[in-house]
Design a protein. Structure first.
Length: 125
């Protein structure tokens, strides 16, 4: 039980660490808004490299954002251009933490119930 709980916390920590890594790398990238009506599409350039970020779809042509659910460096500069927080665009980032909290609550109520059953049984005996 505890191991499962710990691995969830580790997962949440991993997400945060990766996001910090991407933030550090994002300083090399320059976002250029392509001029779409919603203001969600960007071309993000660094020297000869260029990636296309879509904030509405939560995708980047480097595929990191779609696959990991963590905004890549390219997405982070585009989000920054819009004054948006990468944390709010991390799939499962805050959910991971909330979920483990919920599970603990459920688990403790199950443990409490089994304790009551045990107590009742010992009274009956
Ligand atoms: Zn990217």
């Amino acid at each position: 039980m505890c191991e499962q709980f710990n691995s969830k916390i580790m997962q949440a920590r991993g997400v945060r660490d990766k996001l910090e890594d991407h933030k550090r790398n994002s300083r090399f990238w320059v976002p250029q808004w392509v001029g779409d009506a919603k203001g969600e599409k960007f071309e993000v350039c660094c020297r000869m490299d260029k990636y296309v970020v879509d904030l509405g779809e939560r995708t980047c042509s480097c595929r990191v954002w779609d696959l990991c659910g963590i905004p890549c460096a390219h997405a982070i500069v585009a989000l920054g251009w819009r004054n948006l927080k990468p944390e709010d665009y991390t799939h499962g980032g805050s959910e991971v933490t909330n979920e483990s909290g919920l599970e603990t609550q459920e688990r403790s109520s199950v443990m409490l119930q089994s304790h009551i059953v045990e107590t009742q049984e010992s009274i009956a005996n």
